[in-house]
Design a binder for this molecule. Structure first.
Ligand code: ZN
Length: 562
């Protein structure tokens, strides 16, 4: 270690070193005093010896109390007056690049993002080259996207790939009780990064949940919170600008779950966070790869098909998928099996989506009702839904549901067709019709089904011009917000409202009629499906397909126009 490095080392660890020296000196002093005391005590006459001994307890107590009071006052002053938010240094995690160790090959299920990140890595690694050709040097990268999609993971991968030390902080750490505390913490973070950069040739600062400090700045309201908040973000901006003028290799990566237009625009200005990477939810192929990746770390049965799992988990984040595989392995262990089966994964899926099985036990009669109710949903979904597969039917109660039928499209649908909405309305009404056909009456179990169906029909008419009467427009587009308790008001006539509502009911009734026709025609299938469900309580994708095959029903192919 040459002198320059030694200096840096001292700069980085001066608090610890100072404490060590003071502590050592105090220890030596105490030992010396004790020896001195004992030596003079021995020379005393017996009367004085006794007197001295009698005084010790009270003296000891007095010293401890005094020391305690002084230590408290001193610490408090030291932190908040002399050092200005000195606690900032504590609680800040420093993870060295060797400890981060997220390898490039471990970044799975985010192919498109990976390319962008690879580019960032190259730009960081190749600064000298970049400068020669006059390219722009990256200082700030902002990762935007929903939680659980691997933003932290990617930041760590960048650190590993570039071989730079990694300093991680969370936005909420900068929100302190005292004015200036957040700003002081920010300053310390960058100070430490600069020192590390000089020692190791660069540094990556990762600030997660950056939105908690980077919302648009507020006007000074006279409250300490507002001022402190502004000071923190101002400090961040100053530090970012400072980085541009220096010869260092520090890159700041911010991550946020909120949309970028909800962040302070000053943050996005040139030379600050001017590179944005969107880390979204994985698509079908990405999900398949994620399942493969996580399952490979366990042992699972060869029959488990990752593409079916991927189809089943539309909307899952990588974290959800990891969680599902973890749950499945726990379930397998509990059942004393060495390999994860599809059934375990299916149960894990239910747990992730619907929560644990609830403690309710249904009476025999209610079980029968539920079985017919769910059979109604399943048959209509299977026979009429243009994009969705029926992946599961269950009459085991969970989190507020007595049973459920799972149906999902194989791919995310971003702008659904009219046919898609109609199929969803019909699927929701399937339960009501099945109950009526079987028992001649219906239950309150259809409440949430009706809510869903009505919402679909309402939006079709009110927003997307899918009603019969020919009224066109997104009528919510005319809504106005009236402040001071006025709330939202719709700027349309009563007559139009009535007509729109009529259209909604027309859609509902047309769907109902169609469902009645189908289930009356398929009465035998309804009976068989409900009885199978009663027997097994849960039917998986394969078992459901088998039932329909038995009755000569093929799942209609995707009928949507392309
Ligand atoms: Zn239902």
């Amino acid at each position: 270690m040459d002198t320059r490095k030694l200096k840096k080392f001292i700069k980085l660890h001066w608090i610890k070193l100072t404490l060590l020296i003071i502590g050592g000196a105090l220890l030596i002093l105490v030992i010396y005093m004790v020896i001195l005391g004992i030596r003079s005590f021995i020379t005393l006459e017996s009367f004085y010896k006794k007197m001295t001994l009698a005084g010790i307890p009270i003296q000891l107590l007095f010293s401890i109390v005094t020391a305690f009071i002084f230590a408290t006052i001193y610490t408090f002053m030291w932190i908040h007056m002399i050092y200005g938010g000195g606690l900032a240094k504590l609680g800040q995690k420093k993870i060295k690049s060797t400890q981060v160790n997220v390898k490039w090959k471990d970044v799975v299920g985010m192919e498109s993002v990976k390319k962008e990140v690879a580019e960032v890595v190259n730009l960081i690694k190749d600064r000298a080259h970049l400068r020669k050709i006059g390219g722009k040097i990256i200082k700030g990268v902002l990762m935007v996207g929903p939680p659980g999609c691997g933003k932290t993971y990617l930041a760590k991968a960048i650190a590993t790939e570039t071989g730079l030390p990694f300093l991680a902080a969370v936005g909420s750490e900068f929100i302190g009780m005292f004015v200036g505390q957040g700003a002081a913490r920010m300053k310390n973070l960058f100070k430490e990064a600069r020192t590390l950069a000089e020692l190791q040739g660069g540094c990556i600062i990762f600030i997660d949940e950056i939105d908690s400090i980077a919302r648009p700045r507020v006007g000074i309201t006279g409250l300490g919170g507002g001022i402190s908040y502004n000071a923190t973000i101002n400090q961040l901006l100053t530090e970012l600008d400072g980085l541009r003028q220096e010869e260092n290799n520090i890159v700041v990566i911010g991550a946020t779950n909120v949309r970028e237009d909800e962040l302070d625009p000053a943050l996005m200005r040139a030379g600050r966070f001017d590179r944005k990477i969107y880390v979204g939810k994985p698509g079908l192929e990405d999900r398949r790869k994620l399942f493969e990746y996580y399952l490979k770390k366990t042992s699972y049965e060869a029959s488990v098909d990752c593409s079916i799992l991927a189809r089943k988990t539309v909307g899952f984040s990588p974290a959800d998928i990891a969680n599902m595989v973890r749950e499945a392995s726990l379930i397998a262990v509990r059942n004393q099996r060495e390999k994860i089966t599809y059934k375990d994964l299916s149960e894990a899926y239910d747990r992730v989506v619907f929560g644990l099985k609830s403690g309710i036990t249904l009476s025999e009669r209610e079980k029968v009702w539920t079985a017919y109710h769910e059979a109604g949903h399943a048959i209509i979904a299977y026979l009429t839904h243009p994009t969705d597969d029926v992946i599961k039917a269950s009459i085991i109660p969970r989190k507020g549901y007595l049973g459920y039928v799972g149906h999902t499209p194989s791919e995310e649908i971003h702008a659904p067709h009219k046919e898609w909405f109609l199929a969803n309305i019909k699927t929701n009404l399937g339960s009501f019709v099945a109950e009526k056909l079987k028992f001649g009456t219906t239950t309150a179990g259809v409440e949430s089904d009706f809510t869903n169906a009505l919402q679909f029909a309402h939006n079709m008419v009110w927003r997307w011009g899918m009603g019969e009467s020919g009224l066109l427009g997104n009528f919510y587009g005319l809504s106005r917000y009236t402040p001071w308790g006025g709330g939202m008001s719709l700027n349309i006539s009563e007559k139009t409202k009535e007509k729109l509502d009529e259209d909604v009911q027309k859609i509902m009734n047309k769907c109902l009629k169609e469902v009645e026709e189908i289930l009356t025609r398929e009465r035998e299938l309804l009976e068989y499906f409900a009885q199978e469900l009663l027997k097994k309580e849960e039917l998986e994708y394969d078992e459901i397909i088998e039932i329909f095959k038995k009755y000569g029903k093929e799942k209609p192919k995707d009928i949507l126009p392309t």
